[in-house]
Design a protein around this ligand. Structure first.
Ligand code: ZN
Length: 462
C-alpha cells in the first residue's frame, strides 16, 4: 500500500484530538511557522476566479464549459477542450448569461453593475437586479437616477409591479433580448448546471497540471474534490469529510440545505513552489508568498476553491500540524461563506471562527499562547481596543495581531458560554440579521455587556 510522502506521521491522529508531542520540535521551526501563519491565511473574493465559464444555451441542452479568454458586450470567447468557441450573450439562457456576467463583473465597476442590473430586470430576475442596483449606487451614488430610469424602462413603478421591458433605453437591451418568458423564473444557477460544474471542477487538475507542470491527481469524496500530488489522497479526503461533519454540527447545517455549488475544490501541493506558481498562473494571485494557504470565493456565489502547500519545515511533525491548522481554517471560511446566504460575515466572526477551528485542531499551537498573552497585557495596560471598534471593522489586515487575537478569543468565549446559542447567532448573521440584533436574540446580550463579561473572562483565564 502506498505511503504518503511526508504526511505519514500525522494521519494516525484523531482529528480535533491530536495527541501531539512538541518535545522534539526545534523552537526555530515554531517561530518560523507562527510568522508564516500570522501573515498568512488569505481570504479572497476576486474576479480572478471568474475564468471558468459554464453556460447553457437557449436550446436547453447544450452546455459549454471552459475558460473565458475574451469577452465583449456582444459575446464571450470560451476555450473548451475542443478549442476556442465564440458564444453570443443572447444565445445563452439568461440565467447562464447572468451568472457569467456577474463573475466577470469588476467589483468596482459601478456602470457595469447598473447594466447587469438592467439585464436582470429585463429577464425577470428581480432580486438579482435589486442587489446589482444597490451595488452600483453604493459605488457611485450619482447612478441613483439611472437606476430609477432603468426600473421605469422595465415598467417598474414605485409599487414595483413586474412588467415587460420597453424597447428603448438599456445598453444591453439588444444583446440581451431573449423573447422567452419561460426563462424568467430560473434561479441564478439552475440545478442541472451543477452537473456541468462538477465536470469542470474535476477537470481542474488537468488545467493546473498544464499551466504549472504539476502531477496532480484527483480524489473525490461526498463534499470535496481534491487535486493533489500527495500519495495518500484517500486519507486527505477522509480528513476533509471529518472536518465537514464538525463544521456542519457547529453551524447547524440542515440535511438538504445547500452549501457550496458542486463540491469544495481543494488543491494540495507537496511543493511550496508549485503552490506559488499555481497562485500566480491559475488564480492570478500575486500575494501568495506570505500565505500558508488561501480560499477563493465566488463573490455572492457558492463556488469555492482552496489552495494549500505543505509547509517547509525542518521538523516534519511541526509542518504537518501547521498544514492541518491551515486546512481547517480555510474550510471553515468556505463553510461560513456559503451557509445560508452566500457572503462572508464581518472579519471578527470570519477570522474568529476560522482560528477557533485551528485551535480545536491543535490547542498546543504556540499562536494561542501568544494571543492570550497579548490580550492580557493590553487589558492590564488599558490599551486593548474597545469591542465596538472591533465589531465595526469591515476588513482585518493580516498584520492586525490584536484584531486576530480578539476575534479568536471572542468566538472562543461565545462558544464556551453556549455552543447552541452560538449556532443560533451564526444562523441569524447568515440570514442577514444585524450583529447587535443577533447577539440580543441568541445571547440576550448587548455589545456593552458582552465586552464587560468577555474582559473578565480574559482576565481570569488567560
Ligand atoms: Zn482566515
Amino acid at each position: 500500500m502506498p505511503q504518503p510522502r511526508r504526511l505519514r506521521s500525522n494521519l494516525r491522529f484523531p482529528i480535533f484530538n491530536f495527541q501531539f508531542s512538541i518535545g522534539s520540535s526545534p523552537p526555530a521551526a515554531w517561530a518560523k511557522l507562527c510568522v508564516g501563519l500570522a501573515l498568512g491565511v488569505v481570504l479572497l473574493t476576486a474576479p480572478a476566479f471568474a475564468a471558468t465559464a459554464i453556460v447553457r444555451l437557449k436550446d436547453g441542452k447544450t452546455v459549454i464549459t471552459g475558460e473565458v479568454v475574451k469577452h465583449t458586450p456582444d459575446d464571450v470567447t470560451i476555450k473548451t477542450q475542443a478549442g476556442e468557441q465564440v458564444v453570443k450573450w443572447d444565445e445563452m439562457k439568461p440565467a447562464s448569461a447572468y451568472s457569467l456576467k456577474k463573475q466577470l463583473l469588476d467589483r468596482k465597476d459601478a456602470e457595469g453593475a447598473l447594466r447587469l442590473g438592467a439585464f436582470c430586470l429585463e429577464h425577470g430576475m428581480r432580486k438579482e437586479a435589486d442587489e446589482l442596483f444597490r451595488q452600483a449606487v453604493k459605488l457611485d451614488p450619482s447612478l441613483a437616477a439611472k437606476v430609477s430610469e432603468a426600473k421605469k424602462a422595465a415598467g417598474i413603478q414605485e409599487e414595483e409591479k413586474p412588467g415587460e421591458p420597453e424597447e428603448k433605453a438599456k445598453p444591453d437591451a439588444k444583446a440581451a433580448k431573449s423573447g422567452k418568458k419561460g426563462d424568467a423564473a430560473e434561479p441564478a444557477t439552475p440545478p442541472k448546471d451543477i452537473k456541468a460544474l462538477l465536470v469542470a471542477q474535476r477537470a481542474r487538475a488537468k488545467d493546473a497540471n498544464d499551466k504549472v507542470g504539476t502531477k496532480l491527481v484527483t480524489e473525490e469524496t461526498a463534499h470535496f474534490i481534491i487535486h493533489t500530488d500527495f500519495r495518500d489522497r484517500r486519507a486527505l479526503g477522509q480528513i476533509c469529510e471529518r472536518y465537514y461533519g464538525e463544521l456542519s454540527r457547529i453551524f447547524g447545517l440542515g440535511r438538504n440545505e445547500p452549501l457550496w455549488d458542486g463540491k469544495c475544490v481543494i488543491f494540495f501541493f507537496s511543493d511550496e513552489e508549485d503552490f506559488q506558481k499555481f497562485a500566480e498562473k491559475v488564480d492570478n494571485f500575486a500575494g501568495a508568498q506570505q500565505a500558508s494557504g488561501y480560499t477563493m470565493l465566488q463573490k455572492d456565489g457558492r463556488e469555492i476553491h482552496i489552495a494549500i502547500p505543505q509547509p517547509k519545515a525542518e521538523d516534519a511533525t511541526t509542518g504537518i500540524q501547521a498544514f492541518f491548522s491551515t486546512l481547517i481554517h480555510e474550510i471553515a471560511h468556505a463553510f461560513l461563506h456559503c451557509i445560508r446566504e452566500p457572503f462572508s460575515p464581518r472579519p471578527w466572526i470570519n477570522e474568529g471562527i476560522a482560528q477557533y477551528f485551528s485551535f480545536l485542531n491543535d490547542p498546543q499551537y504556540p499562536r494561542w499562547a501568544t494571543h492570550k498573552r497579548l490580550l492580557k497585557q493590553r487589558l492590564a495596560s488599558g490599551s486593548l481596543r474597545p469591542l465596538n471598534s472591533l465589531l465595526a471593522m469591515d476588513t482585518m489586515p493580516a498584520a492586525d495581531t490584536e484584531g486576530y487575537a480578539m476575534s479568536w478569543s471572542l468566538v472562543e468565549f461565545l462558544i464556551k458560554t453556549d455552543a447552541r446559542k452560538f449556532t443560533t447567532f451564526i444562523q441569524q448573521i447568515k440570514g442577514r440579521t444585524q450583529q447587535e440584533d443577533a447577539l440580543k436574540n441568541a445571547f440576550r446580550t448587548t455589545p456593552e455587556n458582552l465586552e464587560a463579561v468577555w474582559r473578565q473572562y480574559v482576565q481570569n483565564n488567560y
